[in-house]
Write a protein that binds this ligand. Sequence first.
Ligand code: RNT
Ligand code: ZN
Length: 421
Amino acid sequence: MNEKTREQAYEVAKAQYAALGVNADKAIETLNSVPISIHCWQADDVSGFENPEGELTGGIQTTGNYPGKARNIDELKADLEKVLTLVPGKHRISLHATYGDFGNTFVDRDQIEPKHFQSWIDWAKKHDVKLDFNSTFFSHPKSSSGYTLSDFDPEIRAFWKEHLRRCRLIAAEIGRQQGDPCIHNIWIPDGEKDKTVSRYEHRRLLKESLDEVLAEKISTDYLKDCIECKLFGIGSESFVTGSHEFYMGYTVKNNMMLTLDSGHFHPTEVISDKLSSVLLFVPEVNLHVSRPERWDSDHVVILDNELLAIAQEIVRSGHLQRVHFGLDFFDASINRIGAYVIGIRSTQKAILQALLEPTETLRDFEKEDKNFQRLAYLEELKAMPWSDLYNYYCEQQGVPVGDAYIKEIQAYEENVTSKRV
Ligand code: RNT
Ligand code: ZN
């Protein structure tokens, strides 16, 4: 399709939406204002630079051995730069604490400092992206018991509290330098394979550890902490200290941000239906958009019903500003740049579709008990030409339109990633 035909397709689509009372240009403009926080860890299978050869632990797994993973900080930065050229809009990059610029020295988790992330801050500035941060409580000998902040051993807890304390300082420094709060996500793997008896005790310890570290107040102009719950992991099937109830209670009590990961619940339990509840009780929500295939498998995000439902719930609630879209998937079995681009574009397509909904009309049907009409429109909307608008948006932003990104990724593979052997 050439530019002219695309322009025509856009005009036709715009008119079709206008007939429903929807302003397509406004929807595109709003979409353009929504950053996606791109997780750095898809590029290298969650290896990081602290000990890249080390084992990934904590109950999360990458499967696959597709060639070309980023082996060092320069390759990872290059891959992310490539990704940024293939998606429209301005985005954020989410770092894990193990992705510091440690040179050739080993820097333990209780030793990391803002200086280890300065090159990332400079890189982000150069590429006009903001950074988010994650403390890293897994893949470390001191988490081998299966516990970190909720371990019985005070020395283990002290180590991880120090890690958390330092991560908050690093994230705050990032936020200060970028002039925009850095979202700092806290996820701990703590839990057990089998029938844990001391659940209350572990949870009491987690509360104590968090209370202690979070008591150090840091301005939300720089830092926004959030905590991420989970139902179970590999090796923590029976018990996870940081459950949904735990963090729901914790965030509500402390008026802080909650992270909802779409893979962290029962297989038929969806985060889309949690948003309208949690938004009433916590100030902001951080999302880890992921795709669980039968379990928390962290497959590449695609435009499925749940992704659309998440976007719809956020847009319909009117609280797009209070929800942050972060990605969290890691598939080592396909081209990793391709994985990123599919996930980012699909998330944007879901948001765009949600923004193009004639919600007020649907609400009117709902109030008048015209539920056939409501359902019929919801069905009709699925086949509306939203993709012509997304293509137009890509064109405007100077990024590949439609399937054109595939060729670019193939070329990058040929010239860059396939040479990493
Ligand atoms: C694990 C959590 C967590 C991690 C990343 C790497 O189940 O989802 O967010 O995936 O921090
Ligand atoms: Zn997550």
